[in-house]
Design a protein. Structure first.
Length: 384
């Protein structure tokens, strides 16, 4: 599996290892056994380390390394016991309370400033996350309803409308949504998307901005096949993402990079970009990039120092390239149970020839947070 198949190339690595690079620790890194490759545990490749070949498979460490990550717990993966406990949920709640207090002070001192659409949504998010009585009051909802009907703004009213839809339990009636399939069995991370839950998962289709709806059945099918497809799934540890990117005019599989570094520059290569606003504040978001050659980048609010732990398997074949991602939830959110939750998301595929595709409410290839739709985790019915 680590080598090259006929007509296909595959590569798998940890997109960004824990914390600061440690040559000793990263020489033979290991991974939690819940995500596996065809040959066992999927290794975490250190920056600029070659992907192992079939004849040189990574050895199994007798004891997994204990690694401290920033703002996370110290965890012994082998023993399965916490060496130190950090209550991240409490920290997150304290931060939300502080933001709520700051917005409240802003409202008192500068009511006009707080009337900005982005800050209106930010306040609504803080109220929701802190379970403030302000949000549940008629006043809080009235502000959001006013924003939802405002014009001629584009983007912010639509965000307010989808927040109201979630608040009143109308998630199923919203147009720009995609569901994340819940699974109790992690995928075989090989880039093929052959696991059963991928077949059940809803499809997010990325299309060109000038794509038009055709009336004939033939052109509709052709257009759907050309769209880049993204599927989502999750369990209690990982967010899984499956990507299928057609290359109809290319018969030669793309080469997959054998080495990689942190935060690669993907501007000149075919790549998919995901934007995840996990608390739906429409002000801050995580951005992940995955290229056809297997290189990656990750950012939080534009900051490249954000280094989550995630695993990537890219497979290049004739006519398409595919990718499977497993991203540790601890790096994305403080929520311990995603069932019934919703994230604001958007996605785009950017290609050097300019034939870009997007899933965006604003029909834009830019990563605007006010162009987000909703990723609904199984059971989503309200605004949690």
């Amino acid at each position: 599996w680590w080598g090259n198949d006929v007509g296909a190339q595959t590569a798998a690595w940890n997109a960004t290892p824990f914390g600061v690079v440690n040559p000793v620790r990263d020489q033979q890194p290991t991974m939690h056994s819940t995500v596996v490759s065809a040959s066992g545990a999927l290794p975490l490749a250190a920056p600029d380390a070659p992907v192992p070949s079939t004849s040189d498979e990574p050895s199994s460490n007798s004891k997994a390394p204990v690694v401290r990550t920033q703002d996370a717990t110290l965890f012994d993966a082998n023993a399965g016991q916490m060496s130190a406990v950090v209550d991240r949920s409490s920290q997150a709640l304290s931060a939300d309370v502080a933001r709520h207090q700051l917005l409240h002070a802003t409202q008192i001192q500068s009511p006009v400033l707080l009337a900005r659409p982005d800050l209106e949504l930010r306040q609504f998010s803080c109220d929701r996350l802190t379970q403030s009585t302000v949000q549940s009051s008629d006043e809080g909802l009235a502000r959001l309803k006013h924003l939802a009907s405002a014009g001629p703004l584009i983007g912010w009213p639509q965000m307010a409308q989808q927040e109201l839809g979630l608040w009143f339990g109308h998630a199923s009636g919203l147009r720009w949504t995609v569901a994340a399939e819940s699974t109790d069995r992690p995928p075989l991370l090989d880039g093929t998307l052959n696991d059963p839950f991928w077949q059940r998962a809803n499809v997010m289709e990325l299309t060109e901005l000038d794509a038009t709806t055709q009336t004939t059945q033939t052109t509709q099918v052709t257009q759907a096949l050309q769209a880049t497809q993204i599927r989502w799934a999750y369990d209690h540890e990982y967010l899984y993402v499956g990507i299928i990117s057609p290359r109809p005019n290319d018969d030669t599989p793309l080469p997959v990079a054998e080495r990689r570094g942190y935060d690669a520059d993907l501007s000149g290569v075919d790549h998919v970009q995901l934007t995840l606003d996990t608390d739906r504040d429409y002000c801050t978001a995580i951005e992940l990039g995955i290229a056809a050659d297997g290189r990656t980048y990750d950012r939080c609010c534009g900051c490249a120092d954000y280094n989550p732990k995630w695993h990537v398997s890219v497979r290049s074949q004739t006519g398409q390239w595919t990718a499977e991602l497993a991203i540790e939830l601890d790096a994305l959110t403080t929520q311990t149970d995603l069932s019934g939750k919703a994230w604001a998301v958007s996605a785009r595929r950017l290609q050097p020839d300019g034939n870009h595709q997007s899933w965006s409410r604003l029909r834009s290839h830019a990563a605007y947070l006010n162009a987000s739709g909703l990723l609904l985790f199984a059971g989503t019915t309200d605004s949690q």
